[in-house]
Design a protein around this ligand. Sequence first.
Ligand SMILES: N[C@H](CCC[C@H](N)C(=O)O)C(=O)O
Length: 327
Amino acid sequence: MELTLIKGHGSGNDFLIINEIINEVHLTESDRVKLAQLLCSRETELGADGILFVMRSERADGRMRVFNADGSEASMCGNGLRLVARTICELYGKNEAIIETMKKDLKVRKQEELYPNVHTYQVEISPVLFELKVLPLNLNKPTLYNETIKELSSDLKFTALAVPNPHLISIVGSEVLMSDFQQTISEKVNGPNHLFPDGVNVSFVKPIQSNTIYVRTYERGVGFTNACGTAMSASSLVTCLQGINQFEKMIDVYNNGGRVQCMVHKDGEKYYIDLIGNATYLYEASVKVDLEQMSFSVISKNEFTEQDAYEKLQVEAKQFINETIKG
Ligand SMILES: N[C@H](CCC[C@H](N)C(=O)O)C(=O)O
């Protein structure tokens, strides 16, 4: 089959966007799994953290399905949703839209630029669920809020939540952040294990100053990524619950791929988060794919020029991280 796709990124979390609305290909479930495994491999000319399939929706402006590099499907993807928001808004000439995702239809909209000449979108991260059976996390309790998990560590405290993809979050100091502890426990909970049978995204969060945090995430189905949008949103919420940051105030979230902003809202007993960040296109490519042979070739590639503007944001973010955390 022949496909055109766009490679883009949100905070350096990179995706291949396959727009099924304009491609008019018919993809089966197994095609999607194979496309993710084949095209996302970093050994190939493309390579990415995941694939975003943009589809028509019967009730919303568009629909997103996200597959991790290992072929597993995720219920949600914050950085990816910004790219899908851009794709749908530009396709239909809109400034805001509703995107159907696996668990919920979510509001998205074009936003003021986060940095000069950086395409910026705001996406809704919701629902937020704390019940461990939703993640799932097999512990003998209904929720886990700032508590230890004895199988992982005797002193680090974790909070587990689904937004609605599953996250395990710990607020840590520089020493733990610099150690290889995150990798060790992330590999454990993402391999065959009884605690998290479906795996989990693991984030370590370092508060930097008022309304400013740094988040590093080991993603389920991928490994360490530059950033994870749902993880940064869930982490922002956890810092608000712990009184480190405030609800309804903009939080700057630094990550290894740059910076985003999160605002955490409390609506009665429910929480939701606005995630604001870049939706940057890198190139458009036409590819010829043979899923039986699991091979592909790139027929043409046209670069966008907008990455130059994003790199300036990235340089500033890196400098800030080096001075405040690693310094
Ligand atoms: N690895 C994640 C999906 C991708 C989420 C992400 N990259 C984001 O920006 O939210 C999972 O299996 O739940």
